[in-house]
Design a binder for this molecule. Structure first.
Ligand SMILES: [Zn+2]
Length: 248
C-alpha cells in the first residue's frame, strides 16, 4: 500500500467566515490528529513516502503544509516536535515575509514566514520546499509562464536555504502537462497535487485535511484507502452528497 501524503495549510484560530476556503485547523484539532497518527499510523518523511520503502504494519502518512504560514512554525511545529514528527512546508517565494496576497484579505493570521523563520523551521524538523513563486494557477498558465515561475522559485529558495529544493506542491493543488514538464525541467524530483488522480512522480496525489473533518473522516483519509475509495462509485456519490449538504 502506498503511503498517504496529507496536506494542511494553517493552524490557529479563524472563524469560518474569515476562512472561506477552509485553511485553518484549531490547535486542539491538529493536536488530536497528531495524537491519532502517533497511536494508529506511522509518520514518515515525505522522501520515504515517495520512495515507497515504508513497509510497516500500520498505514504510513507523510505530513505537508502549503503556503508556509508563520503559524506552522509557532503553533504546529511544537506539537509536531512533541511527537518527533517531521513535516514538509511548501512556500511560494514571492510572498515570503508577507501575506497570502493571492487571496482575498482576511483578519486571520495569514502571515507567511520570513527567510529567517524558514531557516528556523528546519531546526524544528520542518523541510522547506517550493510552492512556485507567485502562487499562479499552473493548470491554466502557459509553459513559458510556469517555467519562469518555477525557475525563480528554485533559485530564490536555493539562495535562502543554501540548497536547491527537491520538491514542489502545485498552487491550488492543480497542474497540467505544461506544469509537469516545467517542474521536471527545473530539476525537481517530484511534485504534488491535492485531491487529483495520481499520475506519477510529477503528479503525486495528496489528501486534503479540512477543518470540518471529524475523527472518522481523518481515520478514513489516513487509512491508505481513501483515494481509491473516493474514486469508487459509492465513494464519489457519498462525497457529492456531503458537498451538497455542506452548501445548504
Ligand atoms: Zn497554496
Amino acid at each position: 500500500m502506498r503511503s498517504t501524503i496529507i496536506a494542511y495549510h494553517a493552524v490557529g484560530y479563524c472563524s469560518a467566515r474569515e476562512d472561506p476556503h477552509g485553511l485553518f485547523l484549531s490547535p486542539e484539532t491538529f493536536a488530536q490528529q497528531m495524537d491519532y497518527l502517533a497511536r494508529r499510523r506511522i509518520v514518515v518523511p515525505l522522501e520515504a513516502a515517495i520512495r515507497g520503502d515504508t513497509q510497516t504494519k500500520r498505514p504510513a502518512v507523510a505530513i505537508t503544509f502549503d503556503d508556509g504560514y508563520r503559524n506552522v512554525l509557532t503553533v504546529a511545529a511544537p506539537i509536531l516536535s512533541s511527537y518527533g514528527f517531521e513535516a514538509t512546508v511548501f512556500v511560494p517565494t514571492m510572498w515570503i515575509a508577507g501575506r497570502n496576497g493571492w487571496m482575498e484579505q482576511s483578519s486571520c493570521d495569514f502571515h507567511i514566514m520570513s527567510e529567517k523563520e524558514l531557516r528556523d523551521a528546519t531546526e524544528n524538523g520542518i523541510r522547506i520546499e517550493s510552492h512556485g513563486h507567485a502562487h499562479i494557477d499552473m493548470s491554466n498558465s502557459s509553459y513559458t509562464e510556469i517555467h519562469k515561475d518555477v525557475q525563480t522559485s528554485v533559485e530564490r529558495l536555493a539562495g535562502i536555504m543554501g540548497r536547491r529544493p527537491r520538491y514542489l506542491a502545485y498552487p491550488w493543488g492543480r497542474h497540467s502537462e505544461a506544469a509537469r514538464r516545467a517542474v521536471a525541467e527545473a530539476g525537481l524530483e517530484a511534485a504534488f497535487s491535492i485531491d487529483q488522480p495520481h499520475q506519477g512522480v510529477y503528479a503525486w496525489d495528496r489528501v486534503y485535511i479540512a477543518p470540518h473533518d471529524g475523527p472518522k473522516t481523518f481515520t478514513l483519509k489516513t487509512s491508505g484507502h481513501f483515494l481509491s475509495w473516493r474514486r469508487s462509485r459509492l465513494g464519489s456519490s457519498i462525497a457529492a452528497a456531503t458537498r451538497s449538504l455542506r452548501r445548504q
